[in-house]
Design a protein around this ligand. Structure first.
Ligand code: ADP
Ligand code: MG
Length: 348
């Protein structure tokens, strides 16, 4: 999955700015009826009829948010789109369009940008979003990517971070902690490679973790599932930083507390085994790891029968009154205050 290096190197100045934009974007077609005008004019034109428009933007900087020594550019293109779509789905909305702005130094040949846009194209196709614009410029060093995602929702379906009530159930999708461990595995291989460039990494036992890091999927399916189950979450957020800090965001914005049960946190078996190998606590990784792009939401207890049989959804706790604070209830049945870093072992 890591082999996508194109040996050809065409300098970007051979194409010129407009040639480059045309070359990179001509393969993109418009699939959404709401995309009236896409790339090619001064601005895109969208018609979302009587639905509300949802907008989210992210900036990704080489060396801060991604490392091209183990992140293939195609994966980077795909992941950059996922990170943004995830924010739209976290509003219980449908993503419809994106814009992409990139700045690259002359270290990047055309083939590198082609790889990046191949990943973007795959994401657009899989998630049915249209690329409708962007901007292209040079940077003195490295690569910067800014993506804006646009979505739609009926006003009544939009879910904010602020709607959770005491006694609501706290639900997480999929499993957590994998993306962080995938990063640890890749960082370790990078160090090995520095010492011995002929070494061939054996990532096979870690394929799930590496995939969670390099090719995350935004949970469009969950928005569709919730609609099918007729469940309207009371609050929702996507897990970009780690379970703990996202729970604290919901608590703060909803004015509630929370009890999170350690034994309920869904972990993939490879997360447990690899945590042991790295001599790390798997609960700590789930709480502070980040980049899982799962959804975390609260529902009214009356909705529990609708979700309980679903393998994608796990109840991990419940909300309490604000005065009770936000806590992890451990397997040993002790109560530990949650902090943005995972948990705070100094206070109860
Ligand atoms: P302007 O000079 O008005 O900023 P540009 O020449 O930069 O226009 O852009 C021309 C068209 O190409 C616009 O529709 C713009 O949104 C689109 N575009 C420019 N760069 C990108 C990019 N990196 N990805 C996608 N679309 C782009
Ligand atoms: Mg421009």
């Amino acid at each position: 999955m890591l082999e996508d290096k194109n040996p050809q190197r065409t300098a970007l100045e051979n194409l010129g700015e407009f040639g480059l934009i045309k070359h990179l974007t001509q393969q993109f077609e418009l699939r959404q009826p709401s995309s009236l005008k896409g790339i090619g004019d001064d601005a895109a034109v969208l018609d979302h009829k009587d639905q509300k428009t949802i907008v989210s933007t992210d900036l990704l900087v080489e060396g801060v948010h991604f490392d091209l020594s183990y992140m293939p550019l195609k994966h980077l293109g795909y992941k950059s789109v996922m990170v943004n779509l995830s924010d739209i789905y976290a509003m219980n909305a449908t993503a419809t369009q994106i814009t992409i702005s990139i700045a690259v130094s002359n270290r990047f040949p055309l083939e590198a940008l082609e790889e990046f846009y191949a990943g973007v194209a795959q994401a657009c196709q899989m998630y049915k979003v249209d690329l409708v614009g962007g901007d292209t410029t040079s940077s003195t060093k490295g690569m910067l990517i800014s993506i804006t995602a646009i979505g739609v929702a009926n006003e009544n379906n939009i879910v904010y971070r602020s709607g959770a009530k005491a006694n609501d159930l706290l639900v997480v999708t999929g499993d957590v902690g994998g993306a962080y461990l995938g990063l640890q595995v890749l960082e370790r291989e990078k160090e090995v490679f520095k010492v011995n460039p002929n070494s061939q990494p054996d990532l096979e036992p870690y394929s799930y973790l590496v995939e969670r890091q390099l090719k995350p999927e935004a949970r469009k399916d969950i928005v569709e599932l919730l609609e099918k189950l007729e469940v309207q979450p009371t609050s929702m957020i996507d897990i970009s930083d780690g379970l703990s800090s996202e729970i604290l965001h919901l608590c703060e914005q909803s004015d509630v507390g929370c009890n999170l049960f350690e034994d309920k946190i869904p972990l993939d078996p490879t997360v447990i085994s690899t945590s042991e190998e790295f001599k790390m606590d798997s609960t700590m990784i789930a709480l502070s790891g980040g980049e899982d792009y799962e959804l975390l939401f609260t529902i009214d207890q009356a909705d529990f029968p609708k979700i309980k049989a679903n393998p994608n959804l796990t109840v991990i706790g419940h909300m309490t009154s604000k005065g009770e604070g936000a806590h992890l209830i451990t397997r040993a049945n002790t109560k530990i205050a949650l902090s943005a870093q995972g948990w705070n072992s100094f206070t109860n």
